[in-house]
Design a binder for this molecule. Structure first.
Ligand code: 5RP
Length: 227
């Protein structure tokens, strides 16, 4: 199976999960990325089962609307039973690195509100130790060099993310992203707390304090569910 076929397989499994576990009329929390795109496409046929969706990025909002989903503001929602999102790495405890698509801040906000975080990944994302994937960190632009120096002190190699056209990548929130290479992260909860405290950091792409509750792992042998 190709990686896209594995992603489609978990996207379909996540659609089945929400159809079986989320009450009619509930609001769906929707993440960002190529795996989530498969989920959106799979669940779209059942959109009338939901009051609408809360989205974590402009890209997912556009895809949801193209399928006819109503996209609601998080401020208008009090409860969100399920949030479905991908990850760049996930460990056995459900700690994740996220933000490869640059949507980490809104993803963390929506995940905070959700009762259950369902992480959908192909098996290449499953790791024993986080850090081989460069850690994304959304920063206020004027703080980027100062924050980069702090990561160098931790033996990381930060690079400023560049968009496809060669310009500096700008998030949906108007900020920049540092991708920090070369980190080994044995204590993701501790590093998340530390980096969160640095002035100028908007969001660190470690989702450890609030990790995934359920992982759906796409493998050649089928989808494995890890609770
Ligand atoms: C976006 C994310 C994505 O969930 C993560 O990058 C995985 O993406 P993909 O499903 O395309 O591999 O965190 O900010």
């Amino acid at each position: 199976m190709t990686q896209d076929e594995l992603k489609q397989q978990v996207g379909r499994a996540a659609a089945n999960y929400v159809l079986s576990n989320v009450a009619h009329g509930a609001v769906l929390g929707v993440g960002t990325g190529s795996t989530v795109n498969f989920f959106i496409d799979e669940v779209a046929a059942f959109k009338d089962r939901f009051r609408g969706a809360v989205s974590s990025s402009n890209a997912s909002t556009a895809r949801l609307r193209a399928h006819g989903f109503e996209v609601l503001e998080l401020n208008d929602i009090e409860t969100l039973p399920v949030y479905v999102d991908g990850a760049d790495e996930i460990d056995a405890a459900g700690h994740m690195i996220k933000g490869g698509g640059g949507a980490l801040t809104r993803e963390k906000i929506v995940a905070m509100v959700a009762q259950t975080f369902v992480c959908i990944v192909d098996e290449s994302k499953r790791v024993d130790l986080l850090g081989a994937f460069p850690l994304p960190v959304e920063v206020i632009p004027m703080a980027s060099a100062a924050i980069a120096r702090r990561f160098v002190d931790l033996d990381g190699q930060p690079t400023l993310r560049v968009a496809k056209d060669g310009s500096t990548f700008v998030t949906d929130n108007g900020n920049w992203v540092l991708d920090v290479h070369g980190l080994r992260i044995p204590d993701p909860v501790g590093l998340e707390a530390e980096v969160n405290n640095w002035p100028g950091v908007v969001t660190v792409g470690l989702f450890a304090r609030r990790g995934a509750n359920i992982s759906l792992l796409g493998t050649k042998e089928g989808v494995h569910r890890i609770d």
